[in-house]
Ligand binder design. Structure first.
Ligand SMILES: Cc1cc2nc3c(=O)[nH]c(=O)nc-3n(C[C@H](O)[C@H](O)[C@H](O)COP(=O)(O)OP(=O)(O)OC[C@H]3O[C@@H](n4cnc5c(N)ncnc54)[C@H](O)[C@@H]3O)c2cc1C
Length: 491
């Protein structure tokens, strides 16, 4: 007899969503988290009265009909949270134009804006958005298909068959889109941390569609989402073990039957869900894990970020927007790091309660390539260089940036166990995206995967979707599909 129906490893939003959906179906669930605090990257830090979402700039899927809102409604939790819209979603300073480019939160407005800026390209722009919509719909369908999706694939999933192996750049080139327009339609590629020439079209389509119903922040911080899901689990008497790092999986023959923690505690379950970077656990586990571990080792991770947090006086951010991306005309070298893009975030413009009276909160972040781990000295040099760049662009901020703290890849790694502090799991290249991404059911009996290393990929909306897909796979196996009505499955 197993102790639990399902043992979930990791309390990021992928693990929390999986656990909540399993518990909703009446499964006996246990959640193991290595930290004292739940949430993984989805936590808030507070400094001098400022509250920062340390690893979330904006969430997709929180509007009407969005993935996050639908999941929360399904769990009866939607009304416990308030989502605040970031409109415009982001403004961009591109080197090819002095005027900032505004990205609307909503796809329809965005498409209309692009058509008005490039009227002779209307048809191509509309084709792009149609393809994004169809790819997203097909991928959602394939993810929950009960039969092997490979049978009759090109008939059932014509867009995936046609575009599934293209980069965004290849797709845009096939439509003969001018370079300037490619940059604008592909503006959100920054969220995937890859240039258009390396980024999978399918992954970009998912990002575009998940933000297509607006970009959002959670009132009170993204940690509220974690609190609400955590309370839901506790109300259903889910056993939550904090400070419990899982070291390895336990096997009976070829089947995973439980986990062992660093403290030597063994917990058994009919299903074990890894909602973490599984490379460490797989390396400590037995032979049946070897093919999956080999897969992990072959795949490339996304990079991480160096983020500096500040407070600024109210008046010096007047006329600025909450979410800004600045692409530089050339790479600027700050010690070991090349900087060609950076981000500014003023979260208190969206949620004014996140800053103390008379102040705004301000973040400057820069993406770092996978494996780049600047030490204290290099971090300082990068921060200084970024402050110079920010002040060159917004002179009103000169002398006004009052530094609070910095987080880098090493912090993100120790927070979550993600290799090199990877921000979004495996990189969204063509061979690691869409149907080529690690699935939620990795063909080791008893083992399931969720979180940003798996399908469909990183970001809050992505990992909550992975939780839904993973819960579905577990319920399928553990409860035997035939006994459940389709109504009672996570829809
Ligand atoms: C700087 C930064 C900015 C970002 N900005 C955005 C954004 O604007 N919008 C957006 O949607 N997304 C953003 N992301 C990405 C997003 O935060 C992540 O994709 C998502 O939160 C990952 O969730 P997850 O469930 O996969 O796991 P994680 O958040 O990585 O959580 C994993 C959990 O598992 C625990 N764990 C790990 N190993 C073990 C073990 N062996 N035993 C027990 N527990 C273990 C960890 O402690 C952690 O709590 C950003 C990320 C970063 C770093």
């Amino acid at each position: 007899m197993a102790d639990f129906d399902a043992v979930v490893i990791g309390s990021g939003l992928g693990g929390l969503t999986t656990a909540a959906l399993l518990v909703k179906q009446g499964l006996k669930v246990c959640l193991l988290e290595k930290n004292n605090r739940l949430g993984g990257y989805a936590v808030n830090y507070t400094a001098r009265g400022h509250r920062f979402d340390v690893a979330t700039q904006a969430l997709g899927g929180c509007g009407e009909g969005g993935i996050v809102s639908a999941l929360l409604r399904d769990l009866g939790l939607y009304n416990k949270l308030t989502f605040l819209p970031c409109e415009p979603a982001r403004i961009y300073h591109f080197p090819d134009s002095p005027a900032p480019f505004i990205q609307h939160g909503f796809l329809k407005e965005q498409r209309n804006l692009l058509c008005s800026l490039y009227p002779d390209q209307r048809l191509a722009i509309e084709t792009c958005f149609e393809v994004f919509t169809t790819l997203f719909a097909e991928l959602q369908d394939i993810a929950v298909a009960d039969t092997s999706p490979l049978f009759g694939f090109s008939k059932k999933y014509p867009a995936l068959a046609r575009y599934g192996r293209l980069t965004v750049k290849e797709f845009f080139d096939s439509l003969h889109l001018p370079e300037k327009l490619q940059i604008r339609i592909g503006a959100r590629s920054g969220y995937c941390m890859l240039p258009l020439s390396d980024l999978s079209l399918v992954a970009f389509a998912c990002t575009e569609m998940s933000y297509g119903g607006g970009a959002w922040m959670v009132r009170g911080g993204v940690g509220q989402l974690v609190t609400v899901l955590g309370d839901y689990l506790r109300e259903d008497r889910v056993e939550i073990y904090r400070k419990s790092r899982v070291e390895r999986l336990l096997f009976a023959g070829d089947k995973v039957v439980g986990v062992e923690t660093r403290q030597g505690k063994k917990i058994t379950g009919k299903a074990v869900v890894m909602a973490v970077d599984g490379s460490g656990i797989l390396a400590q586990s037995e032979e049946p894990c070897a093919p999956l571990l080999a897969k992990y080792k072959k795949m490339a991770c996304t990079g991480s970020y160096l983020v500096s947090y500040y407070q600024v006086p109210l008046d010096c951010v007047e006329n600025m927007q909450a979410n800004i991306e600045v692409r530089l005309p050339r790479q600027i070298i700050a010690e070991t790091t090349k900087i060609d893009v950076y981000y500014l975030l003023i979260p208190s413009l969206v949620d004014k309660d996140s800053a103390p009276e008379g102040k705004h909160s301000f973040c400057v972040s820069v993406p770092l390539r996978a494996g780049v781990m600047p030490d204290h000295h290099e971090r300082l040099a990068i921060r200084m260089r970024l402050e110079q760049l920010v002040v060159e662009l917004y002179p009103r901020l000169a002398g006004k940036l009052s530094f609070l703290f910095t987080l880098g890849p090493d912090h993100f790694k120790s927070m979550t166990g993600n290799s090199n502090g990877a921000a979004y799991g495996f990189s969204q290249t063509v061979s690691q995206s869409g149907i080529y991404r690690l699935g939620n059911n990795p063909r080791i009996a008893g083992l399931y995967l969720a979180g940003h290393w798996t399908m469909p990929g990183g970001g809050i909306a992505g990992v909550m979707t992975s939780g839904k897909l993973c819960a579905r796979a577990v319920i399928n196996d553990v409860c035997h599909l035939e006994k459940l009505t389709s109504k009672s499955m996570p829809s």
